[in-house]
Design a protein around this ligand. Structure first.
Ligand SMILES: [Zn+2]
Ligand SMILES: [Zn+2]
Length: 371
C-alpha cells in the first residue's frame, strides 16, 4: 500500500510502497483512510524536537472506514465493518491499570486517554498518511451522517482540543450552554482558533476573536460571514491595531474608577506560542476568570503572579480530550455545522502541503486519499 514515510528529521516525506497492516488483533481495528490532516505537532515531530523513533508515517488526525475488527473490540462501542470513524492520535493500547486508565470519567473500561504508557498514532505508531491504518477501537468516534472524512479529520486533534478547552473554560457543552458567557480566543484565526470561534458561538457564547496576521484575520472575517446572524456574537480584534485595554473598553464599556477588574471576558483560550498572545489574552479576562492554554512554548510563558493573587485568575491547560468528549464533539459539529476551512492535497503531494503550511497557509491542510 502507499504511505508517506518520514525517514530522517528535517527531510521531506518519502512516498513508499509498504506492507498493508496484518489482520487486527485484540482491541484493534483496521481503517481504510479517507483523509488525514496535518497538525502543528507533525511539524514539531519532523523537526526532531520530540525524540521519537523513525521511520514514521505521520498524521494523528484522520478519518476513514473500518475494514476489519479485532476479536476483543467491545460491542458497547457500536463499531462494525463498513462504519465510518474519526481517528485521533491518542490513546493506542493504554496500559489499563494506571491511575489514568482506572479513573477515566466513564470512558471505555481500562481506557485512559492520557495513559503515559499508551502509544500515539502518527508519533510513536504509524498514523494517517497511508492507505490503511491500525487504530485502537476505544480511541475512535463514529462519524455522523453530516460529515465526510475530509471535514472529520481536522476535528480529531484541533477540534477535540478546542472543544475540551471550552469545557475547561467552564462552558456547558450543549447548544445554549454558553449563554451569558464571554470567551476570548487569542490566536482565533488559526487552525484551532477558527474551529473554536464556531464551537463557542454555536454553544451560545459571546466571542472576542483576537489575531494579529492578515491571513488569520481574513479567515476570521470569512467565519463570521458564514455564521450569518450568529456572526454578531463575534467581535474580531486586530491585536496589531488595538491594545488589550482599548479592546476591553470598546467591548465592555469604560469601567467605574477602581472597578476595572469587573469588565472583561469570563475566560480566555491561549492558542499561539507567543508571549504577546498570552499577555494580550490575560488582559482581556475579568477578575476570577479562567485562562486555558493549549500551547506549550519551549521557553515557557512568563506569567504574572499578581494576576493570580490580586485578580484571582485561574490558569489551566488541556491536551486533546477523552473519548466521550470526542464523540460528543463530532456529533455537535455534524449537527450544528462546525466545519474547518480546508485545503486538500492528494497523498503524493504531502511535501507540497508541508511547504504551504510553513509559508503560513490558513485553515487546515488535509490529505485526501480518495483523490
Ligand atoms: Zn495535533
Ligand atoms: Zn494506563
Amino acid at each position: 500500500m502507499r504511505a508517506q514515510v518520514l525517514e530522517a528529521f528535517n527531510t521531506p516525506y518519502k512516498l513508499k510502497d509498504i506492507p498493508k497492516p496484518a489482520e487486527p488483533q485484540g482491541h484493534d481495528i483496521l481503517v481504510s483512510v479517507g483523509a488525514a490532516s496535518y497538525c502543528h505537532t507533525d511539524a514539531v515531530f519532523a523537526s526532531g524536537a520530540m525524540w521519537q523513533d523513525l521511520p514514521r508515517v505521520g498524521s494523528h488526525e484522520f478519518a476513514g472506514t473500518i475494514v476489519a475488527l479485532g476479536p476483543d473490540v467491545p460491542s458497547s462501542l457500536n463499531l462494525s465493518v463498513g462504519a465510518r470513524v474519526g481517528v485521533p492520535g491518542r490513546a493506542f493500547h493504554p496500559c489499563g491499570s494506571c491511575y489514568e486508565c482506572t479513573h477515566n470519567d466513564d470512558d471505555p473500561h481500562g481506557y485512559g486517554v492520557w495513559c503515559s504508557k499508551a502509544g500515539n498514532l502518527g508519533l510513536t505508531r504509524n498514523g494517517g498518511f497511508e492507505e490503511f491504518a491500525v487504530a485502537d477501537s476505544r480511541q475512535v468516534a463514529p462519524m455522523p451522517d453530516e460529515l465526510d472524512a475530509i471535514n472529520t479529520a481536522p476535528l480529531m486533534c484541533a477540534g477535540l482540543t478546542i472543544w475540551n478547552a471550552l469545557a475547561t473554560a467552564g462552558v456547558k457543552m450543549e447548544v445554549g450552554g454558553g449563554k451569558g458567557k464571554s470567551v476570548a480566543i487569542s490566536g482565533a484565526g488559526g487552525g484551532l482558533g477558527h474551529l473554536g470561534v464556531q464551537f463557542a458561538v454555536k454553544l451560545g457564547c459571546d466571542v472576542v476573536a483576537v489575531d494579529a496576521g492578515d491571513k488569520a484575520l481574513a479567515l476570521l472575517e470569512e467565519i463570521v460571514r458564514d455564521l450569518g446572524d450568529l456572526g454578531s456574537k463575534v467581535t474580531v480584534v486586530d491585536a496589531r491595531k488595538q491594545s488589550a485595554e482599548d479592546a476591553r473598553v470598546a467591548i465592555f464599556g469604560k469601567p467605574e474608577p477602581d472597578l476595572a477588574g469587573e469588565k472583561g471576558v469570563d475566560a480566555v483560550l491561549i492558542l499561539p506560542e507567543a508571549q504577546q498572545a498570552f499577555d494580550y489574552g490575560m488582559q482581556l479576562v475579568k477578575s476570577h476568570g479562567i485562562c486555558v492554554t493549549v500551547s506549550f512554548p519551549k521557553d515557557g510563558f512568563l506569567m504574572q503572579p499578581r494576576d493570580l493573587v490580586f485578580r484571582h485568575i485561574t490558569i489551566k491547560g488541556v491536551l486533546v480530550g477523552r473519548n466521550h468528549q470526542l464523540r460528543a464533539m463530532l456529533q455537535f459539529a455534524g449537527k450544528n455545522g462546525v466545519r474547518a476551512k480546508v485545503k486538500t492535497y492528494p497523498l503524493e503531494k504531502l511535501n507540497e502541503l508541508v511547504q504551504d503550511y510553513h509559508a503560513g497557509a490558513s485553515g487546515k491542510l488535509v490529505i485526501d486519499l480518495q483523490r
